[in-house]
Write a protein that binds this ligand. Structure first.
Ligand code: NAD
Ligand code: UFG
Length: 333
């Protein structure tokens, strides 16, 4: 079975390609390399012993996509811009890339009579939680253009399904993916200064940055710092395999992919320090605009519909993340 993977060269996409290849799927990666490196292909080959097919292209190039996906039976759609702060500075690019790109993808799929789609959504669609843990029925909202692209795409996909019940669509709402493949050959390689917690901590640990800024210690949490549901990227990748295996039994379903556990910034910092056996200097700073206090998943629906649940704990996430960072201090560069 051949799967068309938009954004397959990126952080989550590359890990998912590895698991797909290891499970006997063929993969066709489609990526414009705007936030990834072509070296990923070689690394995937070393890990799996198999060579994925790669086409360099943009998801807004409908014609190229339509011809490239010939013979595929399903699409996993990772491609998109994802930096929350940047999305407020260049919203037109975000709406064009993420929403227009998804419309092009849907038309290309229809041309090829491909109706199975797994979409990368995000826990960001829940906005500021009204209650915890977050289940899939929690009201949806967004506070920035990036989050709105995810929310709007979810709405578009629900409309597409309502118009034609041949579609099978999994809206996978990721919580906070971290960690890396245990080989240390693929991992997260952010451009410039990392926005996210784990890449920042890793870069302090490896000596590339001086100290971590902890954005706020006055939240109503265990130690005042923000709490998130961190999930190992390989667990997340396995969630996509399970979604594909079960896609025929789904209509258009939103499904959380999280562990159900929350950890504070300082708890993650301590776990990482233990793993790398170093002190990570940090400074408490004021809250980051737009941040929520706490967030963790109710992960029951994934278990019921996909027979999937996360298997790796915070120590696994930190040690695999550190293994990747220490072997590749400059990412893929
Ligand atoms: P990533 O940036 O590492 O991967 C995205 C890939 O898409 C990159 O390889 C990039 O080159 C490619 N791409 C971007 N725009 C494209 C376009 N127009 N045409 C073709 N390729 C394009 O990001 P990731 O962390 O792997 O995230 C994958 C998906 O998951 C994204 O849609 C993201 O919004 C979503 N998501 C990520 C997180 C997270 O914390 N990493 C959380 C929730 C949801
Ligand atoms: N944090 C710091 N210092 C940093 C970076 C982060 O203290 O340098 C804190 C944040 O304040 C927050 C926690 O670490 O409390 C996690 O922050 P991240 O930036 O790593 O993750 P977010 O939860 O803010 O957002 C991420 C992705 C979004 C996605 C969301 C899904 O960036 O795209 O997870 O839950 F939508």
């Amino acid at each position: 079975m051949k799967i068309f993977i938009t954004g397959g060269m990126g952080y989550i996409g590359s890990h998912t390609c590895v698991e797909l290849l290891n499970s006997g799927y063929e993969v066709m990666i489609y990526d414009n390399l705007s936030n990834s490196n072509v070296k990923v292909l070689e690394r995937i080959k070393v890990i799996t012993g198999k060579e994925p097919v790669f086409i360099q292209g943009d998801i807004r190039d409908e014609e190229l996509m339509a011809t490239s996906m010939d013979g595929c039976s399903a699409v996993i759609h990772f491609a998109g811009l994802k930096a929350v702060g940047e999305s407020s500075q260049i919203p037109i690019e975000y709406y064009d890339n993420n929403i227009n790109g998804t419309l092009c993808l849907l038309r290309a799929m229809k041309k090829n009579s491909i109706y199975n789609l797994v979409f990368s959504s995000s826990a960001t669609v829940y906005g500021d939680p009204l209650y915890l843990p977050l289940d899939e029925n929690h009201p949806l909202s967004a506070t920035n253009p990036y989050g709105r692209t995810k929310l709007f795409i979810e709405e578009i996909l629900r409309d597409v399904y309502t118009s034609d019940k041949n579609w099978h669509i999994a809206l996978l709402r990721y919580f906070n993916p971290i960690g890396a493949h245990s080989s240390g050959l693929i991992g997260e390689s952010p451009n410039g200064i990392p926005n996210n917690l784990l890449p920042y901590i890793s870069q302090v640990a490896v000596g590339k940055r001086e100290s971590l800024s902890v954005w706020g210690d006055d939240y109503d949490t265990v130690d005042g710092t923000g709490v998130r549901d961190y999930i190992h990227v390989v667990d997340l990748a396995m969630g996509h395999l399970k979604a594909l295996e079960n896609i025929a039994s789904l209509g258009c379903e939103a499904i959380n992919l999280g562990t159900g556990n929350g950890y504070s910034v300082l708890e993650v910092l301590r776990a990482f320090e233990k793993t790398c056996n170093k002190n990570i200097p940090y400074k408490i700073e004021s809250r980051r605009v737009g941040d929520i206090s706490s967030c963790h998943a109710n992960a029951k629906k994934a278990k019921e519909l996909l027979e999937w649940s996360a298997t790796k704990n915070i120590n696994d996430m930190c040690s695999d993340g550190w293994n990747w960072q220490s072997k590749n201090p400059n990412g893929y560069e």
